[in-house]
Design a protein around this ligand. Structure first.
Ligand SMILES: Cc1cc2nc3c(=O)[nH]c(=O)nc-3n(C[C@H](O)[C@H](O)[C@H](O)COP(=O)(O)OP(=O)(O)OC[C@H]3O[C@@H](n4cnc5c(N)ncnc54)[C@H](O)[C@@H]3O)c2cc1C
Length: 460
């Protein structure tokens, strides 16, 4: 019995093998004996909301959605380094995104200068806005760099932009173009605090942070590589095994119960699950917690990706944007994956905050995106669309509505022995891979500290 207690006393159970859970397990297994770490994932594959699958009719290996990083995503890259996969992401030397509007192209690009100077020249020459709109955009960009984001959390980003003199056109052609991709919500729907924080960290602060990073392989390859590393270290990885609930005794964590009914004793549980799953794991014990009920009601925001294969190359660059259109960002998926055969032919049109398109048929959506591609790229004029696939993710990210801060729980403090991780937690980042990894690593470090304290008590 004493031996069983000793084992449980050292055990950390991690629930969820998305990037928050994987990062927690990777970090913890570098600091503590891996045999004490148990990772449970409901699905048969790791990676959570960043995964790949083989499409049944085309046979294509597709991601659930085009994912990109920014140069500021340093902890995600550090996690890739831990699994020997840092070459799987290639960063642009400098931010460069061609933007189409009213029949003309303009490029948003950085220069190798400190922020916000790195964007100054590009912003001042951005012909999709009038000279007065550009000057006001510069003023707003400077305001992004200063001031408390906490104070404006309850305000919508659209009202903040209006206060800072931004016209409807500037919002569409500049702020929402970037903001919707980063926050998965339009400026009228998202918190000004989070939007300003995200733009400060990722876009305005400097040229390194603002570079786009592309994945050179399917996303699942990376999550599977992480699981291989964890298993080789001795971490117990259980795929396809869901956790029913976190078990508490006298208000503290004592373990988890699996859906299959097995009870697994643990000293610490890291719940690295989506925001609306956490309350379900705890709600039996904390039924009266209004915070958890509030968290469960934070809405999801969908993303849809339309993959298009043409009979000839139609796109020459890696990425192109068209503000205010059905698909604001189009990626040259063939090029990004390094396939010469599909370079310029296989495109991924990424549509964030896609709720308004939910009622459309697959044919309507494909037709719209195909027409858009033909308008953007003259090479597509005579090309034949061979195949198209729409990949919907209705629960892509939480919607960061004004006032979202109250639901972004810190890693620790809910229940003794319970740590929470995930893109929705109090990371200061929008819902993204970087935020997920940061939260997982924080949880791992806290698990080590709380473990040490409780071990001392145990030894006494
Ligand atoms: C289409 C799309 C495009 C995106 N684009 C980008 C992008 O370009 N850049 C970017 O940085 N981010 C992007 N994101 C967001 C990014 O994918 C997520 O923020 C990130 O993957 C979240 O990781 P997570 O570990 O916090 O949560 P999740 O990935 O959701 O992981 C949680 C895990 O917990 C598991 N789980 C749930 N319940 C249980 C249970 N009871 N027992 C055991 N396991 C359980 C789930 O199956 C899941 O695997 C995108 C997301 C989508 C869907």
């Amino acid at each position: 019995m004493a031996e069983a207690n000793r084992v449980a006393a050292g055990r950390v159970v991690i629930v969820g093998a998305g990037w928050a859970g994987l990062a927690a397990a990777l970090e913890l297994s570098e600091i503590r004996p891996a045999s004490e770490i148990w990772l449970y994932e409901r699905r048969s594959h790791p990676g959570g909301r960043a995964f790949s699958f083989t499409h049944p009719t085309t046979g294509w290996r597709l991601d659930n959605g085009q994912h990109v990083l920014l140069g500021c995503c340093t902890e995600f890259v550090a996690a890739l380094r831990q699994i020997g996969q840092e070459d799987a992401v290639r960063f642009q030397p400098l931010l460069s995104v061609p933007v189409y509007a009213s029949g003309a192209w303009q490029t948003l690009k950085s220069r190798r200068l400190p922020g916000p100077l790195h964007l100054l020249q590009s912003l001042m020459g951005y012909g999709h806005l009038s000279p007065a709109e550009r000057a006001r955009a510069l003023w707003a960009a400077l305001a992004v760099l200063t001031g408390s984001t906490e104070r404006i959390d309850g305000q919508s980003f659209a009202s903040w932009l209006a206060e800072h003199g931004q016209s409807t056109r500037a919002i569409e052609r500049l702020w929402d173009l970037i903001g919707v991709a980063v926050l998965n919500g339009s400026s009228d729907k998202v918190s000004a605090g989070l939007a300003v924080q995200a733009l400060r960290t990722g876009v305005v602060s400097g040229w390194r942070a603002a570079r786009l990073g592309y994945f050179a392989c399917p996303l699942s390859d990376l999550a599977e590589a992480a699981v291989r590393v964890l298993r080789s270290r001795g971490v117990h990885v259980h795929l396809g095994e869901a956790i029913e609930r976190v078990e508490l005794e006298r208000g503290a964590v004592v373990g988890v119960r699996t859906k299959a009914g097995e009870r697994v004793a643990a000293q610490t549980v890291i719940a690295a699950v989506p925001h609306d799953v956490l309350p379900r794991l705890l709600i039996h014990d904390l039924a009266r917690s209004s915070e958890l009920h509030g968290l469960a009601s934070v809405p999801w925001s969908p993303i849809v990706n339309v993959y298009l294969l043409y009979d000839r190359p139609v796109m020459t660059g890696e990425v192109a944007a068209w503000a205010g259109q059905t698909a604001p960002f189009v990626f040259n998926r063939g090029r990004l994956l390094g396939t010469t055969e599909w370079d310029g032919r296989l495109l991924a049109a990424s549509i964030s905050a896609a709720g308004s398109l939910l009622g459309q048929s697959r044919q309507q959506l494909v037709r719209q995106v195909d027409q858009q591609v033909r308008q953007m790229f003259p090479e597509a004029g005579a090309a034949r669309l061979l195949q198209a696939v729409c990949v919907w993710q209705t629960q892509a990210t939480f919607l960061a509505e004004p006032g979202i801060r109250q639901y972004r729980f810190p890693c620790q403090g809910l229940v003794p022995g319970l740590l929470v991780a995930g893109d929705w937690t109090d990371t200061g980042w929008p819902a993204c891979l970087e935020g997920a990894v940061r939260s997982g690593r924080t949880a791992a470090r806290l698990a080590v500290n709380s473990r040490c304290i409780q071990e001392k008590a145990y030894n006494v």
